[in-house]
Design a binder for this molecule. Structure first.
Ligand SMILES: *Cc1c(COP(=O)(O)O)cnc(C)c1O
Ligand SMILES: [Zn+2]
Length: 426
């Protein structure tokens, strides 16, 4: 076994993986999966993993608390190992010398959430769950629906009816049972808990099911492995990996930043990297519950009335807020907030200067980085990784809002000349 059990993030009590399914029975705290570090260190190594020809999250199977799920040559096996770009023009614009961009929009269902859903589907099969279910603002549901389709597993998704149409189409097209709730994500969340209990579904809810973090942590592994590969000259795979100075990611429920923290800590515990990067969480100004607690120096999270065009990070009560606060405090990072206008501008900048089309929540991370750089929160010499969590095709309406409209002309050269002159383009 690769995991010792769970440890409660609140009371620190430990439980076996068989004894508990979701959260701490005493206080409802989120559970961390505790890995069997010495056993893992004895059987695998950075070199071994770096020579794997599996270019997906499953190259890290020795560090995941599930067995090989099978389904080879399906999208379930194509999750992760997303490109780490070195966007030079964007670096210059933001005034950093060593900026990297990890594009997680290039996952099978076009968001970071595939990492979590793939591992949850693997876990569901291990425990013999018949149906998997989740509440979602859109992406978690699309990811679960897609991964469930790859595995032939029935899935139920509850999302707010305000989810962007492309995301709703994705939920439906994979054959999941889709319920749009006439209410908020938070209401869909609570209903999914109740329904899962009443109907025996295996619930993937973010900040509730401990296996989502185990999938999300793979992004931290990839960052360290890919940076090592980029830094190493040709030849043998490196025997240590490399962690950057800082990572920027957007935060809604706080489960992604918690997963990154877990991933970097696993590698530090294994001795495969020598320090944790500073983690920076970016929230929308209109959905800033974790940011609020961070700046007030508090350890409890007060819910807000979330309102932002970045639907993927629009959350009243972050379900993984405590661990998300810790991820930033324990690594010496910070929380930053950005406005919807800054998010729209960031969509444009990312596309024009790095050729990456992000959905609003993905671009928010860049808007936050730009602010943090101006405020001197990162050093221009720092190696910084920007995590873009979702594709712009997920929310075409926001993309159009950022890009503006195209002109329509009669199809003649004369009309084209006139238009080019008018706009000063040659
Ligand atoms: C879910 C999501 C986030 C935020 O993740 P949390 O775990 O809720 O903090 C950010 N960006 C995208 C595209 C997402 O789908
Ligand atoms: Zn507890």
């Amino acid at each position: 076994m690769k995991a010792v059990g769970y440890r409660c993030s609140v009371c620190r009590d430990e439980f076996s993986l068989e004894a508990v399914t979701y959260t701490c029975p005493a206080d409802g705290g989120n559970l961390d999966v505790v890995l069997e570090i010495p056993a893992i260190a004895a059987t695998t190594s950075p070199e071994k993993i770096s020579s794997s020809r599996d270019h997906s999250i499953w190259r890290y199977l020795p560090l995941l608390p599930v067995e090989d799920p099978g389904f080879d040559r399906t999208p379930l096996r194509a999750v992760g190992w997303t490109p780490l770009f070195a966007p030079e023009r964007l670096s210059r614009t933001v005034g950093l010398g060593d900026l990297w961009l990890k594009d997680d929009g290039r996952n099978p269902t076009a968001s970071f959430k595939d990492r979590a859903s793939a591992v949850v589907v693997a876990r569901a099969r291990e425990i013999g769950a018949e149906t998997v279910a989740t509440a979602s603002t859109g992406n978690a549901g699309a990811a679960l629906a897609g991964m469930a389709a790859a595995a032939g597993q029935p899935a139920v998704i509850l999302a707010p009816k305000t989810a962007p149409p492309a995301k709703v189409a994705q939920l439906l097209i994979f054959g999941a049972r889709v319920i749009l709730v006439d209410g908020s994500y938070d209401q869909a969340f609570d209903l999914t808990l109740e329904a899962s209990q009443a109907l025996g579904w295996y619930c993937r809810n973010t900040g509730y099911n401990p296996f989502t973090v185990e999938g999300k942590k793979t992004a931290a592994y990839e960052i360290c492995e890919q940076l090592a590969a980029a830094g190493a000259s040709r030849g043998a795979p490196p025997n240590r990996w490399r962690s950057p100075e800082a990572v920027f990611v957007s935060v809604g429920d706080g489960n992604i930043i918690t997963g990154l923290h877990k991933g970097f800590k696993d590698l530090l515990d294994l001795g495969w990297i020598d320090r944790l990067p500073r983690l920076f969480g970016v929230q929308a100004e209109g959905s800033a519950a974790v940011y609020n607690a961070f700046v007030a120096g508090e350890t409890t999270i007060r819910p807000v009335r979330a309102e932002t065009l970045a639907d993927s990070i629009s959350v009243d009560l972050p379900r993984d807020g405590l661990r998300a606060l810790r991820a930033v405090r324990e690594t010496g990072g910070a929380y930053v907030v950005v406005t919807d206008a800054e998010i729209l501008a960031a969509i444009r900048t990312l596309a024009r200067e790095a050729a990456v089309f992000a959905e609003p929540a993905g671009a928010a991370a860049y808007a936050g980085l730009a602010k943090a750089a101006v405020a001197g929160m990162v050093d221009p010499a720092d190696q910084v990784v920007l995590l873009v969590t979702g594709s712009g095709l997920k929310d075409v309406r926001a993309g159009m809002q950022a890009a503006g409209e195209a002109v329509v002309l009669e199809p003649t050269l004369k009309a084209l000349h006139r238009e080019l002159e008018r706009t000063g383009v040659r």
